[in-house]
Design a protein around this ligand. Structure first.
Ligand SMILES: O=P(O)(O)O[C@H]1O[C@H](CO)[C@@H](O)[C@H]1O
Ligand SMILES: O=c1cc[nH]c(=O)[nH]1
Length: 237
């Protein structure tokens, strides 16, 4: 049975899902990395392809931008399609001197200004964290990549792309936050709520402290090779 946002029939989406934000990146990943990829849903232009990765069924589906969007897709995948693991393959802005444009960040946790941290348990601001088995699988894979610079640590999942308050960015950077993006907390929250597993792997596409090496929109769509390799290995771990 289809959901309001996904047209696939039960069984057409694999238990393992790669989830970029950008629908065009999803199409590219499916075309370049999945064998026998078939489009199984295209509601609102959010394509979902299912094929195999090294013989194991895997799907690629975009999340769109922001916590509300990723929360809809992640919830419907976990709750109605039997999805067990979702790994986001995204981009982020660097907000630490330790990371450079082109590096990869594996997000162990997600700070957020989104309301969902305080929606679930009255009086408590919940911490959103990655699934440990996925995190371990990602780092085992990262250790084999000699051409990748991979960092682990918390990221900031922001509800605002253009509202880069210097006090917030500076404060989060002081406490070891590596990058800013817009979906990880929503994904981790939905995994926690639905009993699934989730991880976020990010390519640093620009840097908040030094914009000289920032990627173009085309580079953000296409330069994800290390993130995809790490994300797929995590799904298969
Ligand atoms: O490149 P994606 O995966 O979309 O991720 C980042 O890019 C978008 C903002 O440009 C937000 O979705 C942010 O999280
Ligand atoms: O959300 C995002 C994504 C990439 N770069 C940013 O600065 N923010």
């Amino acid at each position: 049975m289809a959901t309001p946002h996904i047209a696939a029939e039960p069984g057409q989406i694999a238990p393992l899902v790669l989830m970029p934000g950008d629908p065009k990146r999803a199409a590219r990943i499916a075309a370049e990395h999945l064998e026998g990829a078939e489009l199984v849903s295209d509601v609102r232009g959010i394509g979902c392809w299912t094929g195999t990765w090294q013989g194991t069924p895997m799907s690629v589906m975009a999340s769109g931008m922001g916590v509300p969007s990723v929360s809809i897709y992640a919830t419907e995948l976990f709750r109605f399609y039997g999805v067990q693991r979702i790994v986001r393959v995204g981009t982020c802005g660097g907000m630490s001197d330790k990371v450079a444009v082109g590096d990869t960040i594996v997000a162990t946790a997600a700070h957020t200004n989104a309301s969902l941290s305080t929606l679930f348990v009255p009086g408590i601001s919940l911490s959103w964290t990655a699934s440990y088995p996925l995190l371990r699988g990602a780092m085992d894979a990262a250790a084999t990549l000699t051409d990748a610079t991979v960092h682990t640590g918390p990221v900031y999942c922001s509800d605002h792309f253009y509202f880069a308050n210097p006090d917030i960015i500076g404060g989060l950077a002081k406490y070891g936050t590596l990058g800013v993006e817009m979906e990880s907390a929503g994904l981790y929250a939905c995994a926690a709520a639905e009993g699934g597993e989730a991880l976020t792997v990010l390519t640093v596409s620009d840097h908040l402290f030094d914009g000289s090496q920032d990627m173009t929109s085309e580079q953000r769509e296409t330069l994800y090779a290390n993130s995809v390799r790490i994300a797929a290995a995590a799904l298969l771990a």
